[in-house]
Design a protein around this ligand. Structure first.
Ligand code: GLY
Length: 370
């Protein structure tokens, strides 16, 4: 098992990474408990595959559990499911000193984390992320929340988990598409801050995607190390944490344009967004042409979506996409915020990006769809 610490003073915690952690979850969680009982909130698909193993793992350490199963999909991050989850936790008599377990991907982690943040003004929770995306990104760093009619993640709280258990063995049950979507966030870490990790991914990611467990564990660990380091510097995104949003301004516009549907998964949008952010950086004279070329070549080699041509169905024109970007919550004082790069592994936050250049990049990317 690998352990990455997230050093946040009194709210510090560990991310433990390894294959088979579910079966030993009881031993890992037991030291956090005042009484041997937890409430688990699980994604339906994950529950069908893995809930028995988790419950048996808890029981082996003498921990009783009750569980609520939520429907899969982004639609679950709603007021209705938030209310249902919170009421259920109250009905289960979860007390201030108890621990709630979020068992699933980013949807369950964000929703349950938010419930835990407000339940009795805050109870501790353990993240057991089961997707690659959740293991490398959403389960770490304490961002929790739900979506509303106004947009994604507009209601929520910073609430750090007490522990994260990332069982890399569970990744074997993901579809190839879901694995690669999560991989979009892994690539993001190399691109934003560690060129050596990106080199490593160029060499090793095909074997990792094919199932190599040792490579998977290293990729998750390195991603989590980078996230932990950034979150420790800037927990509430006053500055550097925004680097984690590389590719996300483009991504959020594309997700909105495709109705947050199966047409484009979040991690797929991140990968396309990273390629566009590097192209934009090049067009602004900030980074060499080889950088966006290398990003696109790697995503292609992985069989991932790379450009707007890979997004099925209609898309708005460049001005329509710019309008969607302007609604993003990362807009500050009406200015579009982008994460740009001077080269691979050298990203920075830019608040004064020329809209005309963004429009040109989008127009050219849209023209390539014809
Ligand atoms: N997913 C971006 C962050 O946690 O800040």
């Amino acid at each position: 098992m690998d352990v990455v610490k997230v050093p946040l003073g009194a709210r510090s915690y560990e991310v433990r990474i390894g294959s088979g952690l579910l079966a030993g979850a009881g031993e890992q969680i037991r030291p956090l408990l005042r009484r041997p009982r937890v409430a688990i909130v699980a994604d339906q698909g994950v529950a069908a595959l893995h809930l028995d193993v988790l419950k048996a793992g808890l029981q082996a350490a003498g921990i009783d559990s009750v569980s609520l199963v939520l429907p899969p999909g982004e639609g679950t991050k709603s007021w209705a499911e938030f209310a249902r989850t919170t009421e259920w936790l109250l009905a289960q008599k979860v007390e201030r000193r108890d621990v709630v377990v979020a068992f699933g991907g980013g949807v369950v982690g964000d929703l349950v984390g938010f419930s835990a943040a407000v339940l009795r003004r805050g109870v501790r929770f353990v993240q057991i992320p089961t997707t690659l995306l959740a293991q490398v990104d959403s389960s770490v760093g304490g961002k929790t929340g739900i979506n509303t009619a106004q947009g994604k993640n507009l209601v929520g709280a910073f609430h750090q988990p007490a522990l994260v258990l990332a069982d890399t063995g569970v990744l074997a049950t993901l579809s190839a598409r879901d694995f690669l979507a999560g991989y979009g966030e892994v690539v993001k870490y190399g691109l934003l801050g560690d060129a050596t990790f990106f080199d490593w991914l160029e060499r090793n990611a095909p074997a990792m995607a094919a199932g190599d467990e040792v490579l998977r564990r290293y990729a998750v660990r390195r991603s989590v190390e980078m996230k932990a380091e950034i979150v420790a510097r800037d927990e509430t995104e006053e500055g550097d944490r925004a680097l984690l949003n590389l590719g996300h301004t483009f991504c959020h516009a594309l997700e909105a344009a495709t109705g947050y549907s199966d047409r484009l998964l979040h991690g797929e949008g991140v990968a396309i967004g990273c390629a566009l952010a590097f192209e934009l950086s090049h067009r602004l004279g900030l980074c060499p042409a080889e950088a966006p070329e290398r990003v696109r070549a790697h995503l292609s080699a992985m069989g991932m979506k790379v450009t707007l041509a890979d997004v099925p169905g209609d898309l708005p024109d460049a001005d329509g996409l710019l309008a969607l970007m302007a609604q993003d919550k990362k807009v500050q004082d009406g200015k579009l915020r982008f994460i740009l790069a001077r080269d691979i592994g050298e990203a920075f936050v830019a608040d004064d990006v020329d809209t005309g250049t963004v429009r040109t990049v989008l127009q050219e990317a849209l023209a390539a769809r014809a």
